[in-house]
Design a protein around this ligand. Structure first.
Ligand SMILES: NC(=O)c1ccc[n+]([C@@H]2O[C@H](COP(=O)([O-])OP(=O)(O)OC[C@H]3O[C@@H](n4cnc5c(N)ncnc54)[C@H](O)[C@@H]3O)[C@@H](O)[C@H]2O)c1
Length: 340
């Protein structure tokens, strides 16, 4: 696969700038090319990073054979077209979430990456969060017992996006997290929502989402741009222990509760109140870990954790949620699609 020498970041808006910073720190500024159709955004990048190369043309960057990898951080509606072009040009691609707008397009990209033997990775950032990695290890080791359900809240009163709806925005991050932690097949989705801010049809600002997984595991999530408390929390309830990942905490982001309830012999319930453990997890920036993982994946020829198939799985759940919303909250089967 060869050594990674440079990458191009296409899209240097609010989110792309973080990617530009991280790749510059890892590879050095002179090994990062930034492409944005907006000249002002390029000038801002140039002000902060004097040695970075810039371009206004994504064709120029995609056709440049000296650049092996492309990071796509443009708005969601452009992900499919740009990713397809980059993969056809033989580039390894890290694309922002969600992978595409349509499940069928995501399938095409996964197949294309496979045919071309290139890496396709999606920015499901939370899968690279150290607290989430530790939590997943604890689930896998059986410390929490059988997982009964997970419950997440992703709430805000800022950053209401005009282009995306909340499912595609906060929802894609939330669904990637729940799929990563539960690690079972999602079967059915129910979603209720509201457009209290009178946004366009299909652009909810609040959604209540329930996902039914195989083996009866459930996940519930409250997504909202209309809540007084900025919240980024997910609780996992198992038969032995419970755990909370709270990304708004500055230091103690993961809490393991040795608590539970079980039936007593006399027909009642015994509730157990044990210790609370706060593992010491690394505070390394999740995006830095994710960027490094992308580079290592194509250098070593290994599948990234959040590969194209992971992006497709997230999209299948979001798609079922969107269909459920359209049908007034009707339980909706997650599409079963084949990747050839
Ligand atoms: N992973 C996360 O947690 C996370 C968080 C926020 C945003 N995002 C995703 O990041 C992406 C970008 O979001 P944003 O908030 O930075 O948007 P933004 O509108 O601030 O930035 C997008 C940039 O892309 C540029 N652009 C658009 N089309 C282009 C093209 N064809 N060629 C070159 N440049 C082009 C625009 O000029 C703009 O500078 C979205 O897909 C969004 O969903 C991900």
């Amino acid at each position: 696969m060869g050594n990674v020498e440079n990458v191009a970041v296409i899209g240097a808006g609010k989110w792309g700038k973080y990617l530009v910073r991280n790749f510059s720190e890892i590879l050095g500024q002179s090994n990062v090319t930034v492409c944005d159709s907006d000249q002002e955004h390029l000038e801002e990048v140039k002000r902060d990073y004097k040695e970075i190369c810039t371009s206004r043309s994504c064709d120029e960057v995609i056709d440049d054979e000296s650049i092996p990898a492309t990071v796509i951080a443009t708005p969601g509606a452009t992900h499919f077209e740009l990713t397809e072009r980059a993969l056809r040009a033989g580039k390894h691609v890290l694309v922002e979430r969600p992978l595409t707008q349509k499940v069928s397009d995501a399938v095409k990209l996964v197949e294309l990456a496979r045919d071309r033997d290139t890496t396709l990775m999606v920015d499901h950032l939370l899968e690279y969060h150290s607290a989430v990695e530790v939590l997943r290890e604890k689930i896998d080791s059986g410390e929490l017992g059988d997982i009964y359900y997970v419950h997440g809240q992703r709430l805000d009163l800022e950053d209401v996006e005009t282009e995306e709806d909340i499912l595609w925005s906060l929802g894609s991050q939330e669904v990637s997290l729940m799929l990563y932690l539960v690690d079972k097949e999602p079967k059915e989705v129910t979603a209720h929502g509201g457009r209290y801010l009178e946004r366009d049809e299909g652009k909810e600002d609040t959604v209540f989402l329930t996902v039914e997984f195989e083996d009866g595991v459930k996940a519930h999530s409250h997504l909202s741009w209309l809540d007084p408390h900025k919240t980024r929390r997910m609780t996992v309830v198992g038969s032995k222990k419970m755990a909370t990942f709270d990304d708004m905490e500055s230091r103690n982001k993961l809490w393991i509760f040795d608590k539970g309830a079980e039936k007593s012999g006399e027909g009642g319930f015994n509730v157990r109140y044990g210790d609370v453990h706060i593992p010491n997890v690394s505070l390394e920036e999740p995006m830095k870990k994710m960027c490094r993982h992308f580079l290592e994946s194509f250098e070593n020829g290994t599948e990234p954790r959040s590969d194209g198939e992971d992006g497709l799985e997230v999209l299948k759940v979001l798609d079922a949620a969107r269909r459920s919303l359209k049908n007034g909250g009707k339980p909706t089967i997650v599409m079963n699609v084949e990747v050839e």
